[in-house]
Ligand binder design. Structure first.
Ligand code: PRP
Length: 216
């Protein structure tokens, strides 16, 4: 049987994921010296126990959903947008931020009766949020630096991730309303959790123990 594969989200969550593995006692030298390689062995000095796969957040979910990776580490933001077909098995203590509705500082977003335009990288999250309020909004999908949209006059507000709040502040925007807290999660393939239960549960137990001893 092939080694367990763990898909890691490249970028912000990557370093903390490696710290988690090292706290579990796994050897991450190859992962730390990866160069341009995308599949790296992690494990004990005697030999690789599993492989880390480096991917973009949404692709982490896709690889786990299709069973070509057994575990994934990905933000709740990605799962809130499209996390169907995978198990969310562990909430991690890093990658902590929130979804928020934000707009220009000092403007009253709810004033008046016109239909609002909302720019976001997360249309499903935005649609759910406004559906709960019974508000019809026009959602405009943006791929990044969503803060630009209200500044350029494309939208009345944005639904986006806020971590420190400094991107909003630097662009004259402010939080109108918090939507949902976010942190990194471990996801698992449904079939793998049954077929490789012992091995996967043991890794999850080690992750849970490591979470408690390290500083995040
Ligand atoms: C995210 C998010 C905000 C920023 C928030 O963008 O979309 O722009 O981080 O962080 P802050 O509250 O600490 O300023 P990211 O850097 O992931 O890139 P993006 O513009 O491609 O979304």
């Amino acid at each position: 049987m092939r080694p367990i594969r763990i898909a890691l989200t490249k970028g912000r969550l990557e370093k903390k994921s490696i710290t988690l593995f090292e706290t579990m006692g796994l050897d991450c030298v190859a992962l730390r010296e990866k160069g341009r390689r995308l599949i790296l062995p992690i494990g004990t000095a005697e030999g690789a126990q599993c492989n880390a796969v480096l991917a973009k957040a949404a692709d982490v979910v896709t690889y786990v959903r299709h069973g070509v990776c057994d575990f994934g580490i990905v933000g709740k933001d990605t799962l809130a947008e499209d996390g169907a077909g995978v198990y969310e098995v562990l909430r991690l203590p890093f990658g902590v931020c929130k979804f928020a509705l934000a707009g220009k500082r000092g403007e009253d977003f709810y004033a008046g009766h016109h239909e609002r335009s909302i720019a976001t990288k997360y249309p499903a999250v935005a649609r759910r949020f406004f559906a709960q309020k019974g508000m019809d909004v026009n959602i405009i999908k943006i791929e990044g630096s969503v803060e630009l949209a209200p500044l350029l006059g494309l939208s009345d507000a944005i639904v986006d991730i806020v971590e420190t709040g400094s991107t909003l502040a630097a662009n004259g925007l402010e939080v109108i309303e918090d939507i949902q807290p976010i942190s990194a999660r471990v996801i698992a393939n449904v079939a793998s959790m049954k077929l490789r239960h012992k091995q996967m549960q043991s890794l999850l137990d080690d992750m849970t123990a490591a979470m408690a001893v390290a500083e995040w």
